[in-house]
Ligand binder design. Sequence first.
Ligand SMILES: *Cc1c(COP(=O)(O)O)cnc(C)c1O
Length: 403
Amino acid sequence: MIGENAFYDDLGVPTVINAASTKTRISGSLIRPEAVEAMNQAAESFVRVSDLQAAASGLISEVTGAEAGYVANGAAACLTLGTAAAIAGEDFGAMSRLPDTTGVPDEVIMPNTHRNGYDHAIRAAGANIVTVGNNDSRLGTGSKSTELWEIEDAIGEETAAISYMEKPYTTPPLPDVVKVAHEHDVPIIVDAAAELPPAENLSKFIDHGADMVAFSGGKAIRGPQTSGILAGKQEYIRSAALQHLDMHVAEEVWNPPTEIFGEDPVPGVPRQGIGRPLKAGKEEIAGLIRALELFVDEDQDARMAEWNGFADLIYDGLTGITGVELDRREGGKLMAAPEVLVELDPDETGIDAVELVANLRNENPRIFVGSDDLMENAFGINTICLSEEESQYIVDRLRHYLT
Ligand SMILES: *Cc1c(COP(=O)(O)O)cnc(C)c1O
């Protein structure tokens, strides 16, 4: 039966048919079976976590082109770590004081239109976000939301970093912001948590000159839900590791791996850092490594063809219902996979989008559809997390309410 899972059934916890794409509240994505297998194998032996992080760093560096890489328990955790690295650098005193930033520059500049719920992860490191620009690009005047000079103007003695949320619509263009940042010796941290696929994005932002880039391991990579990648310059990955690894070590016999720390000797042992609550276990790191290897080898066109097939099935299955208009949105730009937007005329269907979407969520299994367009009496069906059987099931359930 669809949605059946002995473990969740025993607990009385309903499973979810996910037509809303990779969202943490409905448990992200389905981890690749090979990644689960890697986690099982990893669980069978002890390992020095820094050795495993060094191996992860090698792979991240290979697939992103960054000098080094690191794994924490999500992209948000990586944003906290990256910010802590930008603020503290090699300063052990600052590391041990964070999130108290007394005595060190702690401002992180963000264009207004890049502010989002995840910037709490940046503030969690002790940063003070300085917002620049406004939202003028929505006025239809040709005016931009953020001018480069506004970013430049905000850079000063207290600047620790520039934060950039990468989306296909974000402006100013990343290479331009990188140029301004680097002219002033300020690092730039890119939040690219959900910007995969396309796999080319793994290296794109590093190519554009970003100092650090954060990706989710638990979205399209399909690694563990609690994994994230920080790719970047050695000096920042080194600082991030010093603030994340378990630092209850005996200095005399501590052996920090060069893949993460570079060739320069580490001048002592810092205290447990701000990153300590963001730890990734050997199983998460192993699962992320395996998932990332498979993600970069995946045939992206074949995946897209599969998602398109599910969208066709849903579109065809819902065609011809009175009071229902369908709009097929191609994947590629904002979302990786295609989506079918379902618009209702409640006078004809007898049910509006809010009521329908709420009903779907209360079923067993629960059905989650995209809820961005509820106020227009519409909802989206995204195919990135669906199977063919589930796509058909959604059609059947929708027909039940709409016909
Ligand atoms: C999902 C997401 C995050 C958080 O990623 P996690 O891996 O869940 O921590 C951060 N920023 C953006 C823009 C995201 O979409």
